[in-house]
Design a protein around this ligand. Structure first.
Ligand SMILES: [Ca+2]
Length: 226
């Protein structure tokens, strides 16, 4: 009886640790591109194989040899250059105060310490049915892609529910272009692949072009221990 009681307590305390989901998305469902965008983002396309694009200054062309994961990956561009455009690559809804969300993706960058570069950033949403229901910045990682080819950027957020005004968290690739473009090169290309998101099981993780992922509810998790 005592052993059963201890087992029950262990299960009780162990269950929350199991209630986390980690999902990956890498654009292997063409022609899917992004969930939405902000600012001067254009030309989003689902691509495969080698791609050549503009860096927007004196060395205009750079080439990405192909996806970092699978066959397909995301291409976006900034045009005209101005502000900091954002490509929304994932969205987590149904979040509660204090929930931990971790996300990461690869951005392509061959210029260490110089643009073009990418960052990972987050934004709050208020409406679980509208990815454009922006309700303030959630911050992100101030590190840029390193400039060594496909570079991983990641960040962990502690969800601020704002008294129930916030429901979701958007995961965004922020695009940083050279600040003084040549007049005839007012366009910079970027590539992204392989997004991974970890969130509590009670939340729902959305990716471009994908049917929302149904997660196991607390009820079904508890049923495992009956
Ligand atoms: Ca891919």
């Amino acid at each position: 009886m005592k052993k059963l009681l201890i087992l029950a307590i262990v299960v009780l305390f162990a269950t929350p640790a199991l209630a986390v989901q980690t999902l990956n998305y890498s654009w292997e469902n063409p022609p899917a591109t992004i969930l939405t965008s902000y600012g001067n983002l254009c030309c989003d396309t689902n691509v495969s194989g080698a791609q050549t694009g503009s860096q927007g200054y004196g060395n205009p062309d750079y080439t990405c040899a192909g996806a970092v994961d699978g066959t397909y990956y995301l291409h976006v561009a900034e045009e005209p250059i101005g502000g900091t455009p954002e490509a929304f690559v994932a969205w987590v809804t149904g979040l509660l105060e204090g929930d931990i969300v971790e996300a990461m993706f690869y951005g392509y960058d061959i210029t260490p310490g110089a643009s073009p570069s990418l960052r990972i950033w987050g934004g709050y949403t208020s409406d679980p049915n509208d990815v454009d229901s922006y309700h303030g910045s959630a911050g992100g990682n101030s590190d840029y892609t390193a400039g060594t080819g496909w570079d991983l950027v990641s960040h962990t957020w502690t969800f601020n529910a704002d008294g129930g005004n916030h429901d979701g968290l958007t995961i965004k690739a922020r695009l940083y272009s050279p600040s003084i473009p040549l007049r005839d090169q007012d366009h910079v290309d970027f590539w992204v692949d392989d997004v991974t998101v970890t969130a509590p099981d009670h939340a729902m993780i959305h990716f471009p072009g994908a049917v929302p992922v149904e997660v196991e509810s607390w009820t079904s998790i508890k049923a495992l221990y009956r």
